[in-house]
Design a protein around this ligand. Sequence first.
Ligand SMILES: Cc1ncc(COP(=O)(O)O)c(C=O)c1O
Length: 477
Amino acid sequence: MDESGLTRTDLGLFLELNKQDPSLPAYRRLFLALRQLILNHRIDGGTRLPATRSLASALKISRNTVKSAYELLQAEGYIYTRTGAGCFVAELPKAVQGGEPSVGMPQPERTQQGGWVSPGPGLLQPGIPALDHFPYRRWQRAMQKSVSSAGLLAGDPQGDLRLRQEIVRWLGAQRGMPVDANQVLITSGSQQGIYLAANQLVRAGDRVLLERPGFPGSERVFKAVGAQIDYFHQQDLDGVDRLGKARLMLLTPSRNFPLGHTLSADRRLALLNWAQQNDLWLLEDDYDSEFAAGPALSAMYSLDAHERVIYAGTFSRTLFPGLRLGYLVLPLALVQGFLQTRRVIDGGLSLPAQIALAEFMACGDYGRHLRRMKRLYQQRRQVLERLIAASALDGLALVDAGGGMNLCLQLPASLNDQALEKLLALEGVSVRALSGYDPQQSRGLVVGFTAQDRDAMSHGVAILERVLGPLLATGQS
Ligand SMILES: Cc1ncc(COP(=O)(O)O)c(C=O)c1O
């Protein structure tokens, strides 16, 4: 027992010290270990800490290390000193005690080399590009060009002008959209674009129509702004008048998510007329039409003669989701209002990433990459379809429209696809339940085929077969 009345074992200090990152300086590890004990209430408020000399000799570390750790604890208010009497643990309010990190979102893991890595995609996870075929060198080249003094200052809140010009060129050539760079607002992805539109155009209580099946992130946005939400399916658009009056309609006319079907030209035109007559905003979420089967279809925006359409695009699927860049194309009259909201929620986006992306597009790397990915995804889709056909899942119908980044396997109505999603996740397979995108939709699994090669997909299908096979035989889950 030392002079404070605390033994080394009482402190649990060795245990806590061992948990700390060995690459940190010794004083920092001791600080973190002691702080953890204080936050967990394993050392009570008012307790005197061991004198620096005795703790240093007990832990076989230098006295300066202990002094530095105590100084930091004192600076942050975990301990205080009483002249001539030593260091004492502060009385902390209950709320800050028990300071373990919260669990919830998957946490990045520490590698053996001490770096941080995000968890990789699960097997057959939808919506993840082929990162094993990403042109890393070409992207690095573009990133290198972005590191200049110009890229170190805060940029235009509407987004880097050269990037907006490249997007305009791309949309004109690929999507038939006549757009001016002043109409483009760079976002941190479609999710932010949808939020900006909701914030600017929808007031609490306004009626909003969301497409089903659809991306749950959009529903969260409109709930957050207090909209009254109703749902429609693409087939309901045969009689648009029956949908009733609304402020805004969110739709994916080029490729429904996750089924992939497309809104026909007559329905698009009827919708545009109806929007014009009823003062309705159409928010076109064009999340992955680059990978449509066959040539890219014109965007609904390109048919709009009355400025009722707001177009949301993203680079999450064409490049990589961690890029966090997308864009809105807006009627000019709306741009200033959207910029005002942008000034409230952020000070603009990271400029080097925008400069790099503009460079990547300008030198043709973006177009080349997409052409390669479109071919690769068609091959990977065929691989997956063959693997499924050769498995016990052979009898399940495919309910998708071809192309894209995922297909959907229809399940018998007796199977609970959400329970299956959870069960499969435990086995490392990240397919999604179709009913998660539309509770009324028939049960199914949304299966990605873009993220992995044949071997990984074959492994994923073998797990699907092992888990699903017996359930299909008995019709239970
Ligand atoms: C249909 C759809 N819209 C929007 C988004 C949001 O994409 P972003 O990563 O650009 O925010 C997603 C993401 O998966 C999506 O599937």
